[in-house]
Write a protein that binds this ligand. Structure first.
Ligand code: NG6
Ligand code: CA
Length: 499
């Protein structure tokens, strides 16, 4: 129960952030985009003018991190303000997985919704749906609505996993009831030839995994039968989800809204629309990046059209670091040329090294964030839940967002300083403490080429990022006290204390 005084102060807080002042919030959450994949982060290989414009008009971070080196845990944390390692189910999920966010939990969209925001998620979900054994022919729930989104239009899991259909407000879009959908992980269903069997018919060949049901000439992880009319066309995916996001902006232009626009790009399979093919000079991976940049331009144009550009806080980021061959033969390695997907960082997706979680992060918020700034503050996406609710003037329930700090100062001011420490997950946990980095023992994924493991000792490795951003010189043996301090801090954070 709230005391009358607490209630009164909450009301004052609400009143002071009047609707007129409350910005719309748009999070553009890209998939597998690396630190070096954007021109304003140093990529000279292809142009990303719309994303660069966000940075020129806003604040660009050089030490901002998603929570994990894979998608599901990063997304879980973004929406719940709770480190994903606290939820054992927050690992890369099959397309048949149940919803891993407890509908009883306070989430970023739910708290904003309670404060009067209209909320939507458009694009990749990958947080599970239903309670297990989903019937894709009926209403699929619990899902985004139960965790606080008024509107959803989803890629249910990933572009490379069945079911390969869109889900809008709990229903498969374009489903013919006479052709029901079944989905299976593990046991094969249907008698259509698989990607392993009909390999020579594929539009894009697989390199590992991804050899089950063929949809749109591309074989996927997992099996699916039926739903022929509802199956997506990969080449149109960016257009389809961007149109839904633009519609949401248009329909809700009169009230404060929160849009979580979550791209499929540049995840595999990388199959951009024909108008972007060949545009990057680096093959489908770069072409998908050019396509993403176009999508950002479309969203910004929609905001402009409705006079919302000055009233909207836009964040651009990624769910984990870059990867080249992630299961399809799409020339990501072969056509890379001089392009450096992780910039000066080491490794990428699946790794504890900085390339795994240090991602592009740009904030555009006219009037509050000065244009053209660069921030070196340590920033974690885990802090967005509390920070954005604070900006919206919405009170956060006491038990909510356990790991999320109010980082408004760092979000708007490049000189404000960042988090003292931040946990990164890639299976086991790594830890940042200022310039220091602890990487757990037992090895971690190395580099972006063929899969190999870098040794990190038995006790873990220690790097001083102030002089060794590329994490090449392990100081664990030289600085045992620092190593011990960081391990103790990590244990404290794991136990639930902030440290
Ligand atoms: C891996 C897949 C990879 C990708 C990843 C999830 C194989 C061999 N690899 O298991 O292709 O789908 O899961 O990526 O199947 S994420 O960005 O959604 O976390
Ligand atoms: Ca990802």
């Amino acid at each position: 129960m709230k005391t009358p005084a607490a209630l009164a102060s909450a009301l004052v807080a609400l009143a002071s952030a009047s609707a007129a002042e409350r910005p719309n919030i748009v999070i553009i959450y890209t998939d597998d985009v690396g630190y070096g994949d954007i021109a304003c982060y140093g990529s000279a290989s292809f142009e990303t003018p719309h994303i660069d414009a966000l940075a020129a008009e806003g604040l660009r971070f050089t030490d901002a991190h998603c929570t994990a080196a894979t998608c599901t845990p990063s997304r879980f944390t973004l929406l719940t303000g709770s480190y994903a390692f606290r939820n054992q189910r927050a690992k890369i999920l099959p397309g048949s997985a149940p919803l891993i966010i407890d509908p009883a939990m306070d989430t970023l969209p739910k708290v904003l919704q309670g404060g009067g925001y209209k909320t939507a998620v458009v694009g990749k979900w990958h947080l599970g749906l239903g309670e297990g054994d989903v019937d894709w022919n009926g209403e699929v729930k619990p899902g985004p609505r139960e965790v606080g989104f008024d509107y959803h239009f989803l890629i249910p899991a990933t572009g490379d996993r069945t079911p390969c259909v869109y889900l809008e407000q709990g229903r498969v879009v374009g489903l013919d009831p006479a052709d029901p959908i079944a989905v299976s992980y593990g046991k094969r269903i249907g008698d259509a030839p698989s990607g392993a069997e009909a390999r020579d018919t594929l539009k894009q060949d697989w390199s590992h995994g991804h050899n089950s049901t063929i949809v749109n000439g591309i074989s996927r992880i997992g099996w699916m039968t039926g739903g022929e009319a509802a199956r997506w066309v990969d080449e149109d995916m960016a257009d389809v989800i961007t149109e839904r996001a633009v519609n949401f902006i248009e329909e809700n232009r009169a009230e404060p809204f929160f849009l979580f626009y979550s791209t499929h790009d540049i995840h595999v399979p990388r199959v951009p629309h024909a108008r972007f093919v060949g545009k990057s000079g680096t093959g489908p991976r770069g072409d998908a990046m050019v396509q993403t940049d176009w999508c950002v331009g479309e969203l910004m144009a929609a905001l402009e059209k409705h006079g919302l550009k000055e009233k909207t806080l836009v964040i651009f980021s990624s769910d984990n670091g870059p990867v080249l061959d992630d299961g399809y033969k799409d020339d990501a390695n072969e056509k890379l040329g001089e392009h450096d997907p992780n910039g000066a960082l080491r490794a990428g997706k699946y790794s504890h090294f900085e390339g795994g979680t240090r991602v592009p992060f740009i904030v555009r918020w006219p009037g509050e964030v000065a244009p053209g700034g660069v921030s070196g503050a340590l920033f974690g996406q885990v802090d967005l839940a509390r920070t954005l609710c604070g900006i919206a003037g919405v009170e956060v329930p006491e038990a909510a967002f356990v790991d999320s700090r109010d980082a408004r100062a760092a979000l708007v001011d490049p000189d404000a300083g960042g988090r003292p420490h931040l946990v990164h997950e890639a299976g086991k946990l790594a830890l940042r403490l200022g310039q220091w980095k602890f990487v757990p023992g037992g090895g971690t994924r190395d580099e972006l080429g063929p899969w190999k493991k870098a040794a990190t000792g038995k006790e873990g490795a220690l790097y001083d990022l102030a002089v060794d951003l590329g994490e090449r010189r392990d100081l664990a043996a030289e600085k045992p006290e620092k190593l011990a301090e960081m391990k103790a801090l990590l244990e404290k954070i794991k136990a639930g204390a902030d440290g």
